[in-house]
Ligand binder design. Structure first.
Ligand SMILES: [Zn+2]
Length: 274
């Protein structure tokens, strides 16, 4: 990948390499995808740009699977994100949620002004999730756009039985899953795999998958920045998960493209009237 343009292979689907006349001639029903990542510590073995690289590689590969005539286009990624939970590590470049929200709103409103109707937020960083959910709703209300959202990490559909016990329960960041995906998607940037570092839990309380959750920052328990078990990462698993995720994203893109919100609300009205 040429990071100066981000989408070296899919340039015919990359909006910023088009002229405005070409954009003006695109179908009004086109789907635009906004990749959102982060620049934040990912342990001693992965680059700061991991989330952004992951989301862009996944999108690029999925766009290549789409039939040529499907009008799906990529926007330049937002690399900076809300990474306050990793801010204590050198190199983490965080912006506040409000700034991220305003940026996404400005991009979406510009698309609507250009006459388009559909935007997909493809998010690669968990710390963005809450603010993007609110942003999607606000943007829908302010611009009339149909705003779709996909969490890139959900595309892999990892079977928890394949994970080490630590990773399955407590893997949050730069662990077995994320490291395996990086080995498949951008192996040249993966260093020596470090040991597991795990957040605390008991029967009731844990960082994410528990009845009671607590707010966390990576420096609470991890000197390396890892929260999970990267020592069990493998290229074989990463390739399998990544390829599955790419296939799944291609299917999601087609589904978003053919989605007609007026059709589904009519169905609800008909049901209610019957
Ligand atoms: Zn990450």
């Amino acid at each position: 990948m040429d990071v100066s343009t981000w989408m070296s292979l899919a340039s015919d689907r990359y909006l910023p390499l088009m002229t405005w006349q070409r954009v003006a001639a695109l179908s009004r029903d086109s789907l635009f995808v906004l990749p959102i990542g982060s620049v934040e510590q990912h342990g001693p073995h992965l680059p700061l740009l991991t989330d952004t690289l992951t989301v862009v590689h996944t999108l690029e590969a999925a766009l290549h699977q789409l039939p040529k005539e499907r009008p799906v286009y990529a926007l330049p990624p937002i690399a900076y994100a809300n990474s306050i939970e990793h801010a204590a590590f050198p190199g983490t470049l965080t912006i506040d949620g409000e700034t991220l929200q305003k940026t996404v709103m400005g991009i979406g409103e510009s698309l609507a002004r250009s006459g388009f109707h559909k935007l997909l937020l493809l998010n690669g960083h968990g710390g963005n999730t809450a603010i993007l959910k609110e942003t999607a709703r606000r943007l829908h209300l302010s611009s009339g756009l149909v705003v779709f959202s996909i969490a890139c990490g959900s595309l892999w559909e990892v079977d928890p039985n394949e994970l080490s016990e630590e990773e399955a329960r407590l893997g949050l960041h730069a662990g077995q899953v994320e490291t395996s995906i990086a080995m498949a998607a951008f192996p040249e940037w993966v260093g020596e795999l470090p040991q597991a570092m795990l957040p605390p839990e008991d029967a009731w309380i844990g960082p994410e998958h528990a009845p009671v959750t607590y707010a966390w920052a990576s420096t609470d328990w991890s000197e390396s920045g890892v929260l999970g078990d990267p020592s069990q990462a493998s290229l074989e698993m990463g390739r399998r998960w990544f390829n599955h995720g790419v296939q799944r994203l291609a299917e999601c893109l087609s589904a978003c493209l053919s989605w007609d919100p007026s059709r589904s609300s009519n169905r609800l009205i008909e049901k209610g009237g019957a």
